[in-house]
Design a protein around this ligand. Structure first.
Ligand code: GLC
Length: 482
């Protein structure tokens, strides 16, 4: 665990260069946009740093990296690019028997041909699941914002939704509503022991099912189809079961942990409802005592028989708020936890991807001695500026939806968010909009970080928009309003 570091030296002073920094960031952002079929389609993952060779696949359009890009374009009214992106992704939705319905991790056009990566071209043959789960979310947010209902109910969109749902709504060997994935199947795409039912994937699945329902409800208005009615019923039920499952098995507070510590083990048959996954109390790590304090709460990283993963994952927790998976009081418990652990989660460069990092033998065994995922680096406890706007969005959306709830806490959260924004504003231009930062305080630019990373730039611009330009636009992020 990190020792306390001096908060006095936090780089959170207001800056008089705000307008100039924003204008430069907007210029860089425009340069990230690339074309497919002669029209802009989205952003490459990073602008190549002058003087450095070997962009790897950072010149491709990653679906996950383009989430903030598409939202930012929607805020600017550049709907045509978003629609083109959604259509190109649909054209690339896999039709091979074994992977039918899957969307690619990334794509790029070379010599007039669109090349897509479903995992077969990536380091370590990683197949990502999150890209597929994000597509309906983006599609629904686009349709609602642009009011392009015609696209929403079009046969190609509705067919894409059904193909994707086929990947989830089918019998399996498991009786639980989660989606099982191998290690590396989402933003964390190097071995980090995140196989099974990692939080981020399950929360995204929830958002995906919710958005599919919204799109199917649109289609249902204009046509009566028994098949569609049945799919809607099944999808809604799946979504509800998934939410209950995550709230029951992933949500922890100081109180729930005390219950967990005293549960019976080795239950069998009809009596195993107190400890379904046969978790021994010894696996509950001692750092949780201070981490949770009196009134904090969060969703743990994963649940596997006998082996819950208590690590805190920032993105999964922020998305659970944005998607309304956790209730309003639970969201405030999460905000308290973030505030209480600010020195870890925010430190000098908000915000840390997961906490705590794996070290020593655990790092060797679980990451396969991956030097990029060295403790406090990259996915293993590194700091990613691109993650801050997700939490910022969750805080601002909560404030819009519940303006009179716990004003003291929300005032503190807003102040913290403002300071985090300043620390990005003050540092990122000098640090060339790096991809990630290393070390327990997140002070050092990531050892292998790309520079001018798109989601670092556009994440900052999104937060700037929500804090300065039009705070009411945060409702764009709410998937639940019709
Ligand atoms: C790395 C990251 C991944 C990201 C990609 C492109 O592979 O781990 O999350 O999508 O770079 O930026």
């Amino acid at each position: 665990m990190a020792q306390q570091f001096s908060q006095e030296r936090l780089r959170v002073r207001p800056s008089s260069r705000e307008d100039a920094v924003v204008a430069r960031a907007q210029e860089y952002f425009e340069r990230t946009l690339i074309q497919v079929g002669g029209k802009p389609v989205g952003s490459m993952a990073a602008l190549q740093h002058p003087g450095r060779e070997g962009a790897l696949n950072y010149d491709e359009v990653f679906l996950r990296d383009n989430v903030p890009v598409m939202l930012y374009l929607l805020l600017q009214g550049r709907h045509d690019i978003v629609r083109h992106f959604l259509e190109v992704c649909l054209d690339l939705q896999s039709s091979a028997y074994q992977t039918r319905g899957v969307f690619p991790t990334s794509f790029v056009e070379h010599d007039g041909r669109v090349l897509a990566d479903y995992g077969q071209r990536s380091i370590g043959r990683i197949t990502s699941v999150d890209a597929s789960l994000w597509w309906p979310v983006l599609c629904w947010l686009y349709v609602r914002r642009s009011r392009d209902w015609e696209f929403g109910v079009s046969q190609k969109v509705q067919r894409g939704v059904q193909l994707l749902l086929d990947l989830v709504l089918h019998p399996t060997f498991e009786g639980t509503p989660v989606l099982f994935v191998p290690d590396c199947a989402f933003m964390i795409d190097r071995p980090m022991d995140v196989w099974g039912a990692p939080l981020e994937v399950e929360v995204l699945l929830f958002g995906c099912l919710r958005s599919c329902c919204q799109l199917m409800e649109l289609a249902q208005k204009g046509n009566t189809s028994r098949l569609l009615d049945q799919r809607l019923l099944l999808t809604r039920a799946w979504q509800r079961d998934l939410r209950l499952f995550l709230l029951k098995h992933y949500w922890v507070t100081s109180k729930t942990l005390q219950v967990l510590r005293r549960r019976p083990t080795e239950q069998y048959g009809d009596h195993q409802h107190q400890n379904e996954f046969n978790v021994q109390p010894q696996v509950i790590p001692p750092w949780l005592q201070d981490w949770l304090e009196e009134r904090g709460g969060y969703l743990i990283g994963n649940m596997r028989t006998g082996r819950p993963d208590f690590r805190f994952y920032s993105l999964g927790n922020a998305l659970a708020c944005l998607f309304g998976l956790v209730s309003a009081p639970q969201q405030r418990a999460l905000f308290r936890l973030v505030l209480h652990n600010r020195e870890h989660l925010m430190a000098q460069m908000p915000m840390r991807i997961c906490h705590p990092p794996m070290e020593g033998d655990e790092w060797r065994d679980k990451t396969g001695s991956d030097p990029k995922n060295w403790p406090w680096s990259y996915h293993n406890g590194g700091h990613w500026p691109s993650l801050l706007w997700f939490l910022g969005g969750a805080i601002l959306l909560h404030e819009q939806r519940h303006p009179s709830a716990d004003v003291l806490l929300m005032g503190q959260m807003k102040a913290m968010l403002e300071e985090c924004y300043w620390s990005q504003l003050n540092q990122l231009p000098r640090q060339q909009w790096a991809e990630y930062f290393d070390g327990p305080t997140g002070t050092w630019v990531g050892q292998q970080a790309r520079t001018y990373q798109t989601w670092t730039i556009v994440g900052f611009l999104l937060l700037h928009h929500l804090l300065r330009v039009n705070p009411r636009d945060v409702t764009l992020l709410d998937i639940n309003t019709p």
